[in-house]
Design a binder for this molecule. Sequence first.
Ligand code: ADP
Ligand code: MG
Length: 347
Amino acid sequence: TPILELEGVTKSFSAEQVPAVADLSLSVPPGDILGLLGPSGCGKTTLLRLIAGFERPNLGKIQIGGQVVASESKWIPPEQRQLGMVFQDYALFPHLTVLENIGFGLQNIGKVEANQRITEAIALVGLKGLEKRYPYELSGGQQQRVALARALAPRPKLILLDEALSNLDRQVRDRLREEVRHILKSAGISAVFVTHDQQEALAISDLVAVMRQGHLEQWGTPESIYTKPASRFVASFVTQANFLAAKRLSADLWETEIGCFELPQNYVNGDTGELMIRQEDLILKADPEGKVRICDRQFLGREYRYCLQTSSGKELHALTDKETDLSIGTPVQLYLTRQQPQIFMEM
Ligand code: ADP
Ligand code: MG
């Protein structure tokens, strides 16, 4: 049985507003990390609060580990759902030590058992030696480890994390992201990880669900979301690709301002659309006849990120290896790697 199953979950806060969560269905296999990704205001936190039991759906059904926790006829309150929660702002008790914070949810079990679980959780998140400190004596990253340990200690079935890493510096965030995944995997705990950061979602998740205005746009493995975005919205939100206006010349030939592209899969209706070309799929060759110019470049260590301008003034971006060393102002010809471009009819 799935650890989490949502069926047609809908939540409106008022009759005038569009629903914050609209007819949303998905399921998460046990042990998996679901990344819930979408722009600010799309309903991620509301969905998490529905799963946790802080909000009640207007319609639909929520099951956790095969048990119905919310439906038209059934309601299980949050404290009986056996969930762990981690928030963006850590939400630690300032007057309690690390040890006491982590033990907070364990008051109903025996002392010996509680101590064992605290020790285990402290080891898992790498806080050994800091047990007696207070939150103000810890860095942001350490505070978030405490929050994670507190959520893990009661051994919940499922952990819900809402923008848990968003307040941290880039470096700490990247490291903790890897650690959180490792910790959840080694503890065998499923999680719903809410983020507005696409890289974070792809990196930490087994499954990614992309939300837009309360709706689920697409869900699947990070790889499938990245390589086969189902809509223009998912494509631009998840991949930061280039989009070029395209016109159909014949059944499988499409013209753009940087050249013609063959799209053998004749799967779209209509004669105009937008062609998606990923930054890493563009190849640049210096060419005095080229109609595209390099307007800037950034050195990113492993690669260059080029900013290009077409003759009509449109900006494109390309990620290339370090061997592609072109100076600003150079006219170039664009080629594609073997990767097929994808076309979207909605503009
Ligand atoms: P996200 O977490 O993706 O940024 P939220 O779930 O916080 O999005 O919000 C989704 C929508 O629901 C927003 O339009 C927000 O204004 C609205 N909303 C959230 N909570 C409430 C509430 N308690 N009352 C009224 N509207 C709310
Ligand atoms: Mg939110």
